[in-house]
Design a protein around this ligand. Structure first.
Ligand SMILES: [Fe+2]
Ligand SMILES: [Fe+2]
Length: 459
């Protein structure tokens, strides 16, 4: 029976290489390209949908290649995999990689012709049907931010039979609008089929130029939009049902912090690496400003500068922690003490200080942000750390932060279904019922539609 896989799985951290492969696979093979950041992610994707992929392309060097190949062998059907590397790594990789009957080892940066031939050879093992172009075809909206104005009419897809024109040919691509669409879960622009083929060529040439230079991307190329492409977080923010005002406030706050970071290359690099990983650490850092912005819109005249302080704190509060699991420890109880042991426990307890130490190297840190970071694990009843102070000593902004983080952490894995949010809000009501915490909790209730409808708009 023919396998109807029309997707290729690309595994690699180099975003430019991923973009080039994605465009070429689409153009020459009619394959959609799904990107995985590492082998673990790729294994998850393969296990969830083994029939979705007709080809895997693994960009080396990377860890976990052997494990990845092992998993491939266990799948219900064989998926061809192409291992590629740049010139510098090719020799090295061919030495340590095990023999794999379907693997082709080639250099990605040399010649698409060579790669294309290898893919054609690999694809013979799958029975692929010719794909016909639909009247409208989708391209990643981020690609268009590389252009000043759009050479094509760009559409959003509202439903299977409804397209809406958002940027007319020859008009400026507005990054704010694009970002807004992405946040509303429209990560693609749609083009008419004839434009689509031209657009593929255009982007391909543009990205190839960048790839040739192959210098690491500087931080200023990573706009807040690029960071917002984490699927979990986008869905989370969308499902929170925050007002447009709140989303705009959070975005502008994140942008201004990001701008400030560009003035300090060293920290900016550390921060970018930290934030662009797809995991709990980076995602909750980005989600908190949105929740707080939602809370802020329910408070009369909440100062924008206060949102910036919280946003800054949110970006950096856990930066002193490398370990993903450690970052998920919110409170220390008997079980946590047993599981972690004293050395690691002390790292957890000290991480608010470690984060503050790191940000001390930065100039222009908003006042009060350090305090929020230091207090982000304190609790209203004094059971938190590192100081164990209670609600009387915890600042109003720290209280907002703590409530928002507790909410984000509680719903992070749940996908925000209603039943779960109801239960989370009930739990939080029992914890945050005093002083500044009560105010913050009420703001959260209103922001996520669990409170009385007496919404007072902030500025
Ligand atoms: Fe955190
Ligand atoms: Fe933390």
């Amino acid at each position: 029976m023919a396998i109807m896989s029309t997707s290729a799985l690309f595994i690699g951290e180099n975003k430019n290489a991923a973009a080039v492969f994605s465009l070429l696979l689409e153009r020459d093979f009619g394959l959609d390209c799904v990107s995985a950041v590492n082998s673990k992610h790729a294994i998850e994707l393969l296990k969830n949908e083994p029939h979705a992929f007709g080809l895997c392309i693994f960009l080396l060097p990377a860890t976990g290649v052997k494990e990845f190949l092992e998993v491939l062998k266990t799948l219900p059907r064989q998926i061809p995999v192409m291992l590629t590397a740049d010139d510098a790594h090719l020799n090295h990789c061919t030495q340590f990689l095990p023999y794999h009957p379907l693997a082709a080892k080639i250099a990605y940066s040399v010649d698409w012709q060579i790669i294309s031939t290898a893919i054609t050879r690999l694809l013979r093992v799958v029975d692929r049907k010719e794909r016909k172009l639909a009247p409208f075809c989708a391209l990643d909206a981020n690609l268009f931010l590389r252009l000043e104005e759009s050479p094509y009419d760009l559409y959003l897809k509202l439903s299977d039979d409804k397209m809406v024109l958002v940027f007319r040919r020859g008009t400026n691509i507005l990054s704010d609008d694009t970002e807004k669409y992405q946040l509303k879960n429209h990560p693609h622009f749609y083009l008419k089929a004839q434009d689509y083929l031209q657009a593929l060529e255009l982007f391909l040439n543009k990205i190839k130029e960048t790839l040739k230079a192959e210098t690491p991307l500087h931080n200023d190329k990573l706009s807040s939009i690029a960071m917002f492409t984490h699927q979990n977080m986008r869905q989370m923010i969308q499902r929170l049902g925050l007002s447009d005002t709140a989303i705009e406030m959070a975005n502008s706050s994140i942008r201004s912090i990001h701008k400030m970071l560009n003035s300090n290359d060293k920290i900016a690099e550390h921060f970018t690496k930290f934030l662009t990983k797809k995991n709990y650490l980076s995602e909750h850092c980005l989600a908190i400003p949105f929740v707080v912005a939602g809370m802020a819109t329910t408070i009369t005249s909440f100062p924008a500068v206060d949102l910036e302080k919280i946003t800054f704190a949110s970006m950096f509060h856990d930066i002193g922690l490398e370990d993903l699991e450690m970052a998920q420890v919110r409170h220390i109880n008997d079980q946590v003490e047993r599981n972690w042991g004293s050395a690691k426990l002390s790292v957890i307890k000290q991480h608010p200080y470690a984060s503050v130490e790191l940000i001390k190297k930065l100039s222009g840190v908003p006042a009060d942000s350090e305090k929020i970071i230091l207090q982000h694990h304190e609790r209203p009843d004094g059971s938190g750390f590192p100081h164990g102070v209670d609600y009387k000593k915890i600042s109003p902004l720290s209280a907002m932060f703590i409530v928002a983080e507790e909410f984000v952490s509680s719903v992070y894995d749940s996908g925000l279904d209603k039943m779960n949010v109801d239960a989370v809000m009930d739990d939080l009501a029992l914890i945050f019922h005093k002083g500044n915490f009560l105010m913050a909790f009420k703001a959260l209730q209103t922001a996520v539609g669990h409170g009385p409808l007496q919404l007072i708009k902030g500025q």
